[in-house]
Design a protein around this ligand. Structure first.
Ligand code: WTA
Length: 635
């Protein structure tokens, strides 16, 4: 009997136990029965967390697009693979069938080849949520090029850093993007970025907003005529199981983002398996994940996971507030969505609006609703349960990371009883542990500590592009022989997990991971700034917002402080993107430091969060006197 589709709690425990006792047999059976391979593996798993080195399905050969597209053509050619819902509700939705998807992906793959892209080359994709984004991702996979999708809300500087880090040969972009009532000049951002990216030889441009843009001769080409002229047949490149499929950047504790490298076979098997179970996907369902493909959630659960299951996946270009706050609910009614997957920040924002926006629409098609990206607070959980799921749809609070490739801790709907704010139990194959301050595993159910995973699962990122040492240092050094997640968690008496949040220098704002270091670097570039420290503080909608403590070079700085605040946020917008702007900026006479000169963020965090009664001992600081002053001037 296949373990592929879990249907009740007893079966979950049985399957889970097997996946721990015999992980290789467990994953081998799933890989064998549910995917097409050009050559079988010689060995299921080879791993060593001390190096670290992880290989799944060693020496197997495959192409992920054969699994996501070709194999469905015979039975599902006319089924909608991607349902494109445009920003403007008056623009008709597009039902892109598996047949059409195959045609478009092959055409784009041929265009890439014609532009010299070969197996192993990196292609940067900087596109809004339009069908070309999915085609571009799959076209790269078709020919074995490594895609690096950069979220199209990042600034030109952030884009350039990512292009340079992985030496991309090509950028695929569009003339612009729609975002609610606004439009954004994406091509202009790319042009600016490419001034410092010599590796890029060609730029393919999709037309979306029909704006007047500059095309650089010899470098830039319109995508449409090239695709129209290209053949709709393209033999898939035969890839090794461990060949890189993509690079996706995520924030870290230093300025340079980490290019997480995901490989082919394990990623495919794991995202497909988790999609099937965590959404209890059945033939005929219409699945909608509102994330952007620029993030891991979009890679794994808009593109690869759903398509590997032959599902219909919605690609939504718009925002939850346009043309009004009923948009999500309108789309659910319109397309009879069965599974809906979104972020707590969106839920909180919509919960603040008039309830009539939700009540106006028929949401009775929904079977499962999901949450991802940050801890969901109790109030938001209940609002979601009451008003969207109408208390009849299980909420899957899915915990995972860019680095994990797929969900690791999550309820299985209609199987795992849920408790608000708990991600509940590990999925099959996942072995979470909690560690104490001394690096020891905390045994027994009731516990709180740092969340680590002690055994590899198929979709774990294999390295950081060009920096294996940093990979080892960041994830495998804090606790010997364990993958360290950077999150804290609590385990209750029944073994359920509740993620408490980041324990490192990453702050999650509206579901976006932001490292404090790059933001501080951006601020410090301002000529009036001497030093800065960023911390997070709780925010009703965003989850966390950013609080900046900034000292100026000259205390008598003549600009008025509001102007200075604007300039600083402008710099952040240019260097990173508007998502990293500070909500509060307090100019201080100094920053609290240890005697060795290290900024004490812990103290600043307490001040920003207004937890000033529990600051602990500050007498050992180099400059305890500044703390009083910062407290008094708190915003
Ligand atoms: C946080 C997103 C609580 C966590 C898929 C993690 C969550 C980081 C949850 C990864 C959840 C994600 N409950 N926290 N259900 N899901 N997180 O790389 O801190 O964008 O480490 O991946 O988001 O964010 P990333």
């Amino acid at each position: 009997m296949s373990n592929y589709h879990i249907k009740n709690l007893e079966e979950y425990f049985k399957v889970y136990r097997k996946s721990i006792r015999e992980p290789e047999e467990f994953w081998e059976e799933i890989a064998e029965e549910h995917f097409v391979w050009r050559k079988r593996w010689d060995n299921v798993l080879n791993w060593d967390f001390t190096k670290p080195e992880i290989k799944w399905f060693e020496n197997a050969k495959l192409n992920i697009t054969e699994n996501c597209i070709d194999r469905h053509l015979r039975t599902k050619g006319d089924k909608t693979a991607i349902l494109f819902e445009p920003n403007d509700p008056n623009e008709p939705a597009q039902h892109i069938t598996y047949k059409r998807l195959a045609d478009q992906v092959n055409k784009m793959a041929n265009v890439l080849k014609d532009h010299g892209i070969q197996k192993g080359d990196r292609v940067c994709i900087y596109l809004p949520m339009i069908p070309e984004l999915a085609y571009a991702v799959l076209a790269c996979a078709r020919i074995g090029a490594i895609h690096s999708v950069v979220f199209a809300g990042f600034s030109s500087t952030a884009l350039a850093t990512r292009i340079q880090d992985s030496d991309c040969k090509m950028v695929i972009t569009s003339d612009g993007s729609y975002r609610g009532s606004k439009s954004i000049d994406l091509k202009g951002i790319v042009d600016e970025a490419l001034k410092s990216c010599e590796s890029v030889k060609s730029v393919l441009v999709a037309k979306r907003i029909n704006s007047d843009i500059q095309m650089m001769d010899g470098r830039d080409k319109w995508l449409k005529p090239l695709m129209e002229a290209a053949s709709g047949e393209c033999e898939p490149e035969i890839m090794d199981a461990e060949d890189p499929l993509f690079i996706l950047y995520t924030s870290g504790s230093t300025g340079m983002p980490k290019g997480m490298v995901h490989t082919t076979a394990g990623y495919m098997v794991y995202t497909a398996y988790t999609f099937k179970n965590v959404f209890q996907y059945r033939e005929g369902d219409v699945y909608w994940c509102t994330a952007d493909i620029g993030w891991i959630t979009g890679h794994s659960y808009i593109v690869y996971g759903p398509l590997a299951n032959g599902a219909t996946t919605i690609l939504f270009e718009g925002v939850p507030s346009y043309p009004d706050h009923g948009r999500f609910w309108e789309v659910i009614q319109k397309h009879k969505v069965t599974q809906f997957y979104t972020a707590p920040t969106a839920i909180r924002a919509l919960a603040k609006e008039d309830i009539s926006y939700v009540e106006k629409y028929d949401l009775s098609s929904l079977k499962v609703i999901g949450s991802v990206g940050e801890p969901i607070n109790e109030e938001a959980w209940h609002w979601y349960d009451d008003n969207v799921g109408k208390k009849k749809c299980p909420i899957v609070d899915t915990w995972w990371q860019t680095e994990t490739g797929g969900m690791l801790i999550s309820p299985i709907p209609y199987v795992t009883p849920t408790i608000p704010t708990f991600a509940t139990l590990p999925l099959p194959g996942v072995q979470p542990v909690l560690m104490d301050e001394n690096g020891q595993e905390i045994k027994g159910n009731l516990a709180e500590g740092r969340l680590c995973i002690k055994f590899p699962w198929p979709s774990i990122a294999r390295t950081i592009w060009g920096n294996h040492d940093r990979y080892k240092e960041t994830y495998f050094s804090a606790y010997k022989n364990h993958y360290f997640t950077g999150d804290g968690a609590r385990r209750d008496a029944t073994g359920y997990y509740r993620i408490t949040g980041r324990v490192d220098d990453v702050i999650i704002v509206s579901g976006h991971n932001l490292g404090t270091a790059p933001i501080e670097d951006a601020i410090n570039e301002h000529n009036a700034v001497a030093e800065s420290a960023i911390v997070g503080f709780p925010h009703d909608i965003k989850g966390n917002a950013l609080y900046g403590f900034i000292t100026l070079k000259e205390s008598g700085e003549t600009r008025n402080h509001d102007n200075l605040r604007k300039e600083i946020n402008q710099l952040i917008t240019e260097q990173i993107g508007p998502i990293a702007k500070l909500d509060k900026i307090q100019f201080t006479v100094g920053l609290p430091k240890t005697r060795s000169g290290k900024i004490m963020r812990r103290i600043l965090r307490k001040i920003a969060c207004n937890e000033m009664d529990s600051m602990g001992d500050i007498s050992t600081l180099l400059n305890p006197e500044v703390v009083e002053q910062i407290k008094n001037e708190r915003l």
